[in-house]
Write a protein that binds this ligand. Sequence first.
Ligand code: NDP
Ligand code: HSE
Length: 437
Amino acid sequence: MRLALLGCGTVGSEVVRLLHGQAADLAARIGAPLEIAGIAVRRLGRDRGDLPVDPTLFTTDALGLIKRDDVDVVVEVVGGIEPARGWLVEALRAGKSVVTANKALLAEDGAALHDAAAEGGGDLYYEASVAGAIPLLRPLRESLHGDRINRVTGIVNGTTNFILSAMDATGAGFAEALEEATELGYAEADPTADVEGFDAAAKAAILASLAFHTRVGAADVHREGITEVTAADVASAKAMGCTIKLLCIAARGADAAGREAVSVRVHPAMIPLGHPLASVGDAFNAVFVEAEAAGPLMFYGRGAGGAPTASAVLGDVVAVSRNRLAGVRSPSESAYADLPVRPMGEALTRYHISLDVADRPGVLEAVAGVFARHDVSIATVRQGPAGGGAAGRGEDADLVIVTHVAPDAALAATVGELRGLDIVRSVASVLRVEGGL
Ligand code: NDP
Ligand code: HSE
């Protein structure tokens, strides 16, 4: 079985090490030895340390390598949309099997890859694209195919989970926690994809597509990052027995017209400390799947890093290699349900709202009236002197309101109207609340 490896960076170099270190076991498991036919990189002269590989295998001609007749399996660990899309479509159309970790490409144009795989007859596997080492996509696409998945809730970005965990543990602000994540090598030099939620949104799209047998792309996912989360939000969550996590939530539900639909969103949210995802700390990932017959299932592990991600890549390489030797391919994409994706405004959620208000008679009534006008039910109200210090009548007060479940659009409109009230000095923070309280 001959592999073309595209990319030899953080993940690719660990793929090479695993292929070398476990060559005999892999050959025994597959039924044939695995050999690297070539490795495409950007810089031939880059120092690759003590990588156990013949240096003459490196090339900058990825397309030429893919097209070689002696290549059976193409492993793509380069990332980005182009040229990766062109390479993989070419490989799949030519009947080669493809293993990729490229969540950005799968979420942007997974359809092009699946269509090319169907045309060429090879396999398309991408376990490493979501939650690194955690075996998650295979269970969704195979083990749970006899069941009906209703909801997937996950922490799928290690960098942001590290930052939020550090803010929770030390009371640090976002910028300080990001600096620590960068120093420890979790966050990239440009952390935008992580902290603005793009990375998690791509993974959410992949999860939703598999869970609901529907093509969901990155553009269908409502996305908010963690850059606006403050130390005060974290403290407020703690005071309520909660913690803040960047969640990806994909759920079934009826749309405004009563048709079955899905909603897919990524945003920071408060979850109670008793929630299974609350104890997921550091750069770990975890995904909570709720299926009709199976009930709740929890998947936990390392969602990033060279070796953990390479483990998932190699698992896929073994699977597609076995298939090729047996002359079979795995079932193709399952998108038969083709459910509509609901707009964020229809998503049912709860809000935790912190207001700085004038401390005088009638203020609570005015604030409650805004919620009532938008048909949003208040669950709890907590009032204290502004800033937590001693204050008398006529000064400001902190008002913390937690709502019952309501459509996101109604909650957003409520907050909008609150901002316009003269008794509301400021809306200090607005956070969604998930997982009961
Ligand atoms: P790196 O940036 O570390 O490595 C990228 C590799 O691709 C490098 O070897 C680089 O070459 C090569 N490359 C870049 N552009 C080209 C090009 N035009 N032609 C040929 N080779 C090229 O990325 P990672 O290993 O971190 O990530 C790879 C993929 O895995 C991405 O899709 C990422 O999203 C995904 N992933 C990564 C995880 C992680 O923890 N790092 C976790 C899960 C998924 P050179 O070495 O010469 O620079
Ligand atoms: N940047 C990603 C993360 C890498 O922090 O989770 C794994 O996909």
